[in-house]
Write a protein that binds this ligand. Sequence first.
Ligand code: GRF
Length: 218
Amino acid sequence: MAKLKAAVLISGRGSNMAALIEACRAPDFPAEIALVFSNRAEAPGVAHARRYGIAVEVMSHKGWADREAFDRAMSALLERAGCELVCLAGYMRIFSPWFVARWAERIVNIHPSLLPLFKGLHPQRQALAAGVRLSGCTVHYVTADLDAGPTIAQAAVPVHQDDDEETLAARILEAEHRIYPLVLRWFGEGRVSLQRDDGGERVVVRGVAPGATVLWPT
Ligand code: GRF
């Protein structure tokens, strides 16, 4: 069966991108990374993707008439590469409404908190400030509202008494690297759907009970 073609959008380090690329190297993995896109040429993830031999496009967001003009050009690159799913992995740009509509239900993001808690910047710092004993990461659909689209999967990790932002971020990142490839696999297998009812929108993953997505890395 044809593999799902995914794009990975980055702006920085690219460790989640690498986790997705690594997962796709398994011959039986149902998805492939057709393109890595970065809005920053100096993003370490760009060099990393090239070392893997993945197709990479870099296009600065500076100098465009507006946000939509940039997004349209980026969208054209994704289309040219045949991408069917867009995976955000530390992509630090807000999309235009046009882009979100164009790729509706085809953009996913990973965020290092258990959403809807701690949206936006520095979620690990927010978690420590709130004194929660549990945090983690969320893979969710991207909608027009920041970090607010329907949840696809979450992984929880403990917050330790002596954690600082760095140690908590590292523990969460470990969970990110496990859960994001898992979600990409689900998409590749065509098991993810968005269902609408009176209670709003809900993601259903065929064959996966919600509890099965909770991981506890040590
Ligand atoms: C990750 O913590 C991800 O959850 C957030 O940005 C960070 C990106 O890290 N959206 P990396 O570039 O994947 O290493």
